[in-house]
Design a protein around this ligand. Structure first.
Ligand SMILES: O=C(O)CCC(=O)C(=O)O
Ligand SMILES: [Fe+2]
Length: 314
């Protein structure tokens, strides 16, 4: 690991293919990273680079479509959870101004769903949804692998999360931060926030700008290398573990003026369980020195509350 990295790097293949000692070492590294920093870089994940690259190309084609064509993909009533969300809509919960981004979200598809419940097809870029759904399945699988390691690190049964993430309501989000054309009043590409879900897997953050806030309150740049995926703990996992695993504040800052013309594309996958999953604090994470910080809730109730705060749900 290079000395100047902000976040540690782990190799998922150690967990998926390693012997017992290698697996245990991985579980420890992951648990320590999530407890100390809330972020980790992952290599050895096996998600084909060609799939990521092809999806990026399709996403670029989609975002290059005229605004009125993109807005045909807005889904009223889906609280921005599926389809297109236009520039200027989403803001961080404490922020008055919207982020400098537009995005498209792809949700879960399960057997028996009607066409209306499924993801919308994008007629102008027919490959967009096929590639997106393929990538969704890859992220889902690798995310579940990471959750197995997290469960073992918390002395829970290996499949503790798997029971709730099967057919869970995860979201793959393709984000486009357009070129900046004039001095933004106060907005940045993505204002500081914490993610809502269990864990987030992020690819394509390589264009720069992603920063986390460390325990001393300083902003530190995250610069992923090669095929590294950035993983972070979301508020649901922080809550479940009574702050043992940290949901760390992060943001995407605007580039220097000389790079305003460069757009930025990123693809976070927000791993969510099914809404009925209990988020009651795990008893094993409560002690006299760390008393229970949160009242009982479920993933569904908690998600609704948060979507109202960020302006996506009325
Ligand atoms: O664009 C990025 O790199 C990060 C975006 C992010 O943090 C989010 O959408 O939650
Ligand atoms: Fe985020």
């Amino acid at each position: 690991m290079s000395a100047n990295r902000t976040i540690p790097l782990v190799n998922l293949s150690d967990f998926e293919n390693g012997d017992e000692a290698t697996r245990q070492a991985f579980i420890k590294q992951l648990g320590t990273a999530f407890h100390d920093i809330g972020f980790v870089g992952v290599t050895g994940h096996g998600i084909p680079k060609s799939l990521i690259d092809d999806f990026f190309v399709a996403a670029k084609k989609f975002f290059a479509l005229p605004e009125d064509v993109k807005r045909k993909q807005e889904i009223p009533g889906a609280a921005g959870q599926r389809g297109y969300t236009a520039f200027g809509k989403e803001k961080a919960k404490q922020s008055k101004v919207a982020d400098l981004k537009e995005f498209f979200q792809i949700g879960q598809e399960t057997e028996g769903m009607s066409d209306e419940e499924r993801n919308p097809r994008v007629a102008e870029v027919p490959e967009f949804m096929d590639l997106g759904m393929k990538l969704y399945r890859q992220f889902e699988q690798k995310g579940n692998s990471l959750l197995r390691a997290i469960a073992l690190g918390l002395n829970l049964p290996e499949n503790y999360f798997g029971e709730y993430t099967k057919d869970g309501v995860s979201i793959l989000r393709a984000i486009h931060y357009p070129p900046i054309t004039n001095e933004p009043a106060s907005a940045i590409r993505a204002e500081q926030h914490e993610d809502i879900n269990l864990i987030t897997l992020l690819v394509g953050a390589s264009a720069g700008g992603l920063q986390l806030q460390n325990a001393a309150g300083e902003w530190q740049e995250i610069v992923p290398e090669n095929d590294e995926i950035v993983i972070n703990v979301g508020d649901m996992l922080q809550r479940l573990t009574n702050n043992h695993l940290k949901s760390t504040t992060h943001r995407v800052v605007n580039p220097p003026r000389s790079e305003w013309h460069k757009p930025r594309l990123s693809i976070p996958f927000f791993l969510h369980p099914r809404p009925e999953m209990s988020l009651n604090v795990l008893e094993s994470c409560v002690s006299p020195s760390n008393p229970q910080h949160y009242p009982p809730t479920t993933a569904g109730e908690y998600l609704d509350e948060r979507l109202r705060q960020i302006g996506l749900k009325k």
